[in-house]
Write a protein that binds this ligand. Sequence first.
Ligand code: PXP
Length: 243
Amino acid sequence: MDIFLGVNIDHIATLRQARGTRYPSLIDAAKICESSGADSITLHLREDRRHIQDQDVEELKSSLTTKMNLEMAATDEMLEIATKILPEDCCLVPEKRQELTTEGGLDVLTQLGRIKEVCSELSTNNIKASLFIDADNYQIEAAIECGAPIIEIHTGHYADASSAAEKLKELQKISEACAYAHSLGLQVNAGHGLTLENTKAIAEINSVVELNIGHSIISRALFVGLGAATSEMKQLIQEARGL
Ligand code: PXP
């Protein structure tokens, strides 16, 4: 099965916002990612607008040649923006103001009614809803209940595991969850904390369709350039898949 790479460009906006300048350009960055093997561009429009701005979402939507995966909280404000901009995919994530990055999966189970409503509204607008969840069968079943066609399995615990035994345990959990979700007909994506060192094992899970990677690609880009950082990750995941 083919495997796709989504490059998260939030950090490029973080750099721009640090100075309040117009550069680095997200449009140029996305173009380089796309021409270097990215299959989609991911961006998170946060409630506090700490990196991506509303105008970025609009401008990128008209310039991307691949797909836009818009990450957002399941709020009325974000839903209004998504249904105006019409990204191809919309990944619902939990959001806390003080967090440095998304800290864990969305608890779909305890917000079933709301998430179902948002998924339905997205679907009406031809946007594929993706739910960012932990590797947990109850959350996977809740995603089905909500009518989401895609889940993105949170790989952060695997990435952060401090011992080899813990890493293996987390990998096993992810692998089983991916197989279960796939067997229920969901498209299975994965992401968070993935690097050149730890991505191979996730890419080897056959049911995973797309990996969303930001921090490690943008960090690596400082040394080798954005195009090279994107293409080496693409090559790594394709080789892991035997492609
Ligand atoms: N997937 C989701 C839902 C995320 O929130 C993030 C971080 O913004 C990522 C993937 C990418 O994680 P990382 O930047 O650690 O590669």
